[in-house]
Design a protein around this ligand. Structure first.
Ligand code: HEC
Ligand code: HEC
Ligand code: HEC
Ligand code: HEC
Length: 388
């Protein structure tokens, strides 16, 4: 039933897209597609208003953090929300999502087109990832054409030279780049969540843009969180040449140990009940995209009412009844996430596997796969007949 519903909605959107592209020769409008696909629920987007807090993943998560840090507000929140202590303990994602104004200013349009069709992990110490979108190629083209009208025009620079690489490698450590960035296996993080793994920089930006960015990122976009480091033009070029020409798979002079990955504790729960699966999976994670509109002033979330370019599924995972009604789809969707994980979520130095874009994305969309212990909990609960 849902597959049919989805297929119909998809066919309708393609049809409408083609019709509007032809009627009067009007091209698809990238800004409207971005506004309709709820990119602003996670990103700051130029020319698109931020949604209200209750519709904003980043806005509400930041609000939980801000309220928790203020003793008076926190005391009040504890009275209004019985589960507040659990909330503040659990909320850890969407604090450093990149600002799209900064991304549009520097990223190469061809790279963006490929990434939006098939995203992968760029920032090794950020748990959450870019969601897989339900947009077709024509819609992605329109988004990228609109985005590239905001590109910065860098001054021309000399072509990269291998003679510069040793100097660039020394500067990379001396000038503190290592404090924030991973660079393939040459320098393994930890770094900061907002800073990209520089292994991808040569694909994401032109040589001219890279030289200009390293010398003064704030000139390219004042909203960037990378500081201007006061480098000379010659130093910026040496660093650019190191990033463009050095093999990211060879451990370099500045290589250090990767942070120990968190190992999942496989604590088996003997007889799980609704409260257990609600607290660890459905109420903690899935609810944020699959809401019950009756409990949320009509909002159903992108996983239920459609969003990020996907049609509506009608899948509500806030209530016991909603979860039980979708048992088979839930088990299939969380297992599919295991397959996507090696591409979307990598340890520093790891390279994404080349996985073909699956027909349906795994859940939770854009987040790492559920730990094996939590998947086992959900399976055990369904197998026991979903006890309350
Ligand atoms: C649920 C949250 C979420 C939504 C919705 C979302 N994104 Fe993202 N996006 C992210 C995260 C997180 C990253 C950073 C991923 C990384 O670095 O590995 C990202 C990265 C990106 C990047 C690369 C930027 C950079 O600096 O690396 C682009 C471009 C982008 N998103 C565009 C979009 C567009 C266009 C939409 C809407 C059609 C959208 N995103 C919707 C979470 C989201
Ligand atoms: C109205 C506030 C609010 C909004 C809006 C919101 N969240 Fe959350 N989010 C929370 C709270 C509170 C928790 C902790 C829930 C718990 O522990 O029971 C949470 C937890 C999560 C978690 C698990 C913990 C973590 O941080 O990784 C994920 C994943 C998540 N939310 C994703 C999203 C996504 C995606 C959106 C946007 C589509 C979103 N949330 C919108 C308040 C919100
Ligand atoms: C204080 C932390 C910090 C330091 C130090 C720092 N960066 Fe960055 N860098 C960032 C952040 C954060 C971004 C992402 C910018 C954004 O999206 O606003 C970034 C982005 C970049 C990019 C763009 C990469 C891409 O794929 O988009 C390059 C190239 C870069 N930095 C190089 C350097 C070099 C070279 C140095 C040393 C001279 C350096 N950075 C020092 C935080 C830092
Ligand atoms: C970041 C938002 C987000 C989160 C978090 C999320 N979903 Fe989804 N979900 C979506 C979107 C968007 C769709 C529609 C895409 C589609 O049709 O496959 C969807 C579709 C689904 C589907 C139907 C399509 C399929 O793949 O079979 C199931 C089942 C599902 N989600 C289960 C879950 C479960 C279980 C969780 C928690 C572990 C979860 N979702 C968390 C956004 C989300």
């Amino acid at each position: 039933m849902r597959a049919l519903w989805g297929a119909l909605a998809f066919a309708a959107s393609v049809f409408l897209g083609l019709t509007s592209a032809r009627a009067g020769g009007q091209p698809l409008d990238g800004r409207s597609i971005v506004a309709g696909a709820e990119c602003a629920a996670c990103h700051a987007v130029p020319d698109v208003a931020a949604p209200i807090r209750t519709a904003s993943c980043t806005g509400c998560h930041q609000w939980v953090k801000t309220v928790s840090a203020n003793p008076a507000q926190r005391a009040k929140a504890m009275q209004i929300f019985p589960k507040w202590a659990r909330y503040e303990h659990n909320v850890k994602s969407y604090f450093a999502v990149p600002d799209l104004e900064v991304a549009f200013a520097r990223l190469d349009p061809a790279w963006m087109r490929a990434y939006l069709a098939d995203p992968y992990d760029i920032r090794p110490t950020m748990d959450e990832g870019m969601v897989r979108l339900g947009l077709n190629a024509a819609q992605i083209d329109a988004v990228v054409s609109w985005a590239s009208t905001r590109a910065y025009k860098p001054a021309p620079s000399p072509a990269p030279s291998a003679a510069n690489v040793p100097k660039g490698e020394a500067l990379f450590a001396e000038r503190g780049c290592v404090a924030c960035h991973t660079f393939g296996k040459r320098h393994l993080g930890p770094g900061i969540p907002a800073a990209p793994d520089l292994r991808w920089a040569r694909d994401r930006m032109t040589d001219d843009m890279l030289a200009a960015w390293i010398q003064d990122p704030t000139a390219i976009s004042p909203k960037t969180t990378m500081p201007k480091l006061g480098l000379s033009t010659a130093e910026a070029l040496a660093l650019r040449d190191y990033l463009v020409l050095a093999n990211p798979d060879t451990p370099g002079a500045s290589a250090s140990g990767a942070p120990a990955g968190a190992t999942a504790t496989a604590a088996a729960v003997a007889a799980p009940r609704w409260d257990d699966v609600e607290a660890r999976v459905f109420g903690k994670i899935c609810i944020h995209c699959h809401m019950d509109p009756a409990q949320n002033e009509g909002r159903a979330g992108p996983g239920n009412a459609g969003g990020f370019g996907w049609p509506a599924t009608g899948i509500e995972l806030q209530t016991y009844e909603g979860v039980v009604a979708h048992k088979d789809q839930i088990l299939a969707a969380i297992a599919r996430r295991n397959v996507e994980d090696p591409r979307d979520h990598l340890a520093p130095g790891e390279v994404p596997a080349k996985v073909k874009r699956p027909e349906l994305p795994g859940m939770p969309l854009g987040q790492p796969a559920l730990p094996e212990a939590d998947q086992a909990l959900v399976r055990a609960w369904f197998a026991a007949g979903a006890p309350r």
